[in-house]
Design a protein around this ligand. Structure first.
Ligand code: NAP
Length: 245
């Protein structure tokens, strides 16, 4: 059965690692990003690896006008349509506090833009009776922390959205996997202090595809973040509010 994956935020190194693995498996790829030059290079690499389709398309989560052409392009392919969302931005919390207008873009990139795209895509997946949505959230969405609570809130919104979308898609034979990475060595975290247990983008891509194959609902990557977050979530609020973790 043919399967075409739409990858949103395809310039992320996690997205690139997943695209490479899908290409090796002969899947079709529609690689969507803002930076066309960068994403075209990934498309060429995926084509060389054996992807059934490897096309670069323009996508901006803050511009819903860019969404239709991507979904129309996917609809022209036979078989299942799947989508992986890697889009997200994490401005410094101090910058957001100094300029609260940055809240809007942060929420648009991680939550409302992807949600709006997926609402348009879901009917096509239901009509085809299958496919998978991978939504990359973050452990930061599991509990609001002083260092990144606007980003965390956007991810928490996206987690809840993904849970509802999973509930919806399962009725049509499709599936949705929520992915919660811990620290990953990517452009987003370069130069950040205090990181530990840092994973590689390829480790994350491997865990995501394992989760897709096993139809997991929520994947923490690496796996031990499930237990770390269980502890962090269990700290009573009167204590948690005094911590700087
Ligand atoms: N790195 C970590 O430790 C970590 C941990 C947990 C979760 N995550 C999440 O993992 C995902 C991938 O992030 P990353 O670490 O690989 O960092 P990244 O390289 O900064 O990737 C973020 C991706 O989102 C894209 N993007 C941001 N705003 C966009 C917009 N308005 N329209 C279209 N694309 C937009 C970026 O495109 P441009 O290249 O054009 O900027 C980039 O492709 C994100 O959702 C992030 O929140 C990362």
């Amino acid at each position: 059965m043919n399967e075409t994956w739409i990858i949103l935020g395809a310039t992320s190194s996690m997205a690139r690692a997943m695209a490479r693995r899908l290409a090796d498996d002969g899947k079709g790829l529609i690689l969507a990003a803002r930076d066309m030059k960068d994403v075209q290079a990934t498309a060429a690499d995926c084509a060389a690896r054996g992807a059934a389709l490897a096309e670069a398309v323009a996508f901006d989560a803050r511009d819903p006008k860019s969404f239709e052409a991507i979904i129309d392009r996917a609809a022209r392919e036979d078989g299942m349509v799947s989508c992986a969302v890697f889009v997200g931005s994490m401005p410094d919390q101090a910058d957001i506090s100094a300029d609260p207008s940055l809240v809007d873009g942060t929420v648009m990139d991680s939550f409302t833009g992807p949600a709006r795209f997926l609402e348009r895509l879901a009917p096509l997946m239901e009509e085809r009776g299958g496919g998978t949505v991978v939504g990359v959230g973050s452990v930061a969405g599991d509990r609001g922390r002083v260092g990144n609570y606007v980003y965390g809130a956007a991810k928490a919104g996206f987690h809840t959205y993904m849970s509802g979308l999973r509930n919806r898609l399962t009725r049509a034979g499709a599936h949705a996997v929520t992915v919660k990475p811990g620290f990953v060595d990517t452009a987003m975290t370069w130069g950040l202090e205090g990181m530990f247990l840092v994973a590689s983008p390829d480790d994350v891509a491997r865990d995501i595809l394992r989760g897709v194959e096993k139809k997991k609902n929520v994947v923490y990557t690496p796996f031990f973040w499930r237990y770390i977050m269980r502890i962090i979530k269990s700290v009573p609020e009167p204590i948690f509010k005094k911590l700087s973790i």
